[in-house]
Write a protein that binds this ligand. Sequence first.
Ligand SMILES: [Zn+2]
Length: 613
Amino acid sequence: MLFSKQWFLFIAMAIVGLFSSTAAAEDAHSYARLDEVSTPHLELDLAIDFDRKQLRGFAEYSLQRHSNSNLLYLDSSQLTIDKAEIWQHDQWQPTKFSLGDVHPSLGQELIVDIGSTATKVRIHYHTATTASGLQWLTPAQTAGKKHPFMFSQSQPIHSRSWIPIQDTPALRLTYNARLTTPAGLLAVMSADNSLSDNRDGEYFFSMPQAIPPYLIAIAAGDLAIQAISDKVAVFAEQYIVDQAAWEFADTPAMIEATEAMYGPYRWDRYDLLILPPSFPFGGMENPRLSFITPTVVSGDRSLINLIAHELAHSWSGNLVTNASWRDLWINEGFTSYVENRIMEALFGTERAVMEQALGYQDLLANLELLEPNDTILNIDLGTRHPDDVFSQVPYVKGQLFLMYLEEQFGRETFDKFLRQYFDDFAFQSISTAQFKAYLQRELLAKHPQVVSMDKINEWIHQPGLPEDAPKPQSDAFAKVEQQMNRWLKGGALQTDSWTTHEWLHFINNLPLDISADNMARLDRQFNLTSIQNSEIAHAWLKLSIIKKYEPARDRLRSYLLTIGRNKLVSPLYRELAKTPDNLKWARAVYEQAKPGYHPLTQTVNEALLYNKD
Ligand SMILES: [Zn+2]
């Protein structure tokens, strides 16, 4: 009996061991099998071919074997694999490979025979013109009109559309790259970009810090460079490079403020790449080179919390990374929290609280649209495309969770905890379960009776918001509301000292039964229809659709035709789709705008405009 008991224990331990060893690598959105063979380093060699809208070349991986498997499992999407080779006996030798069936959100499994002794594998391939992670712009779609432009957006699982790769954030790898472009264009990457004005069409890059695959990024175009400090520069088309350098002049001070709170910036330089207006996101935290929408170059530095956000990812997200897309809140909730702390450190509490309150309002609106299960931080995605997880939930609910912990434990204790967290998990990818175990050990247990694990579980695993969640409220906004009430009764508005935030709060909270006369009165006095601030214009144009305010129609059309940032265009299409006449009008505008939209923006808005029934 003793003997069999021992065997039982042994088997039980083996099963536990099996689960715990695969838990960290468990990612429903990747075919990679990191526990068999992993790829800690990539050598990339690609030609950027604008005529064919194609990247062409090879990806070479060094191999780390954790089992006796002879197979390497990679992710790919719409790639054409030309050949595969392995390095053994001091030479490259052809090897077999196969592609699996196409999965609607995951792409195709690519299996390469790596034998038992090869130390490296090389895959020759080219991309499809429709690669979901790339956008190719014709010269006419750029501001300069003379040269084409291309850029990547790899998060969450679009790296696989331009590199055959183990496309899971649980992997970390370093990379070197050689890129060729037509002469005169500059190529940049999420790596050590040179500030030289050499434009010979051949560029070399190195990223010596191990990063997850979704942070590999590439762009090429007619880029100018403007330094902000010895550590920060702006890369942009000529027309906007000086404006952007002025707009983002606070970036070096943001880096210092973040270092003071959460420890050293570990990525050497921090540069900003300003993309064409079709860039589908506000920003993308590609390490050493954040990709930024030009729609935040507002001329008054009012939208630079976006830079604070992308910079914050240098700690939360890039340094400590979600192990799978179910854990996205570990990237975005922490980053939204850190972003707001940076804004507070630089610009004071009033502005920070206004930004919290605007985010909170967006979250409440978003919670009404989402299915309850999609309002859970540790969301169960199944194999749904992880593009679906990017709602306000991981961002703002995640931020509120950390604000709650700060309130409960006190800022001093919570800051110390966070700083230690960034040190302890630096350059690692962690799951929600790992975070909870760490939180229990390093915060809850050391300060008993403050917050229970039941409360933590409510935040992380239950839908909606807990009863006692923070509800950010701004005094400045309360004053805006008082003014609004007087104005609606015919009084005058005192807006001289209003910031963009106060304007947004004002427009977003106007009563939906506001009269046509009052809409016209506002527009006459403040020229809201022609305002260049992209966020205020967005709020006004959305209201103009609801109120059928026709004088804003031409501006609405030009806005939709020139901006491709999904957060700014998608709510407008959603509103337009609510009535048959507007839907017809919106489809016509969309068809005209489509060639300038990124594939991701196209997918989201076509769902709104064409798959409604
Ligand atoms: Zn983010």
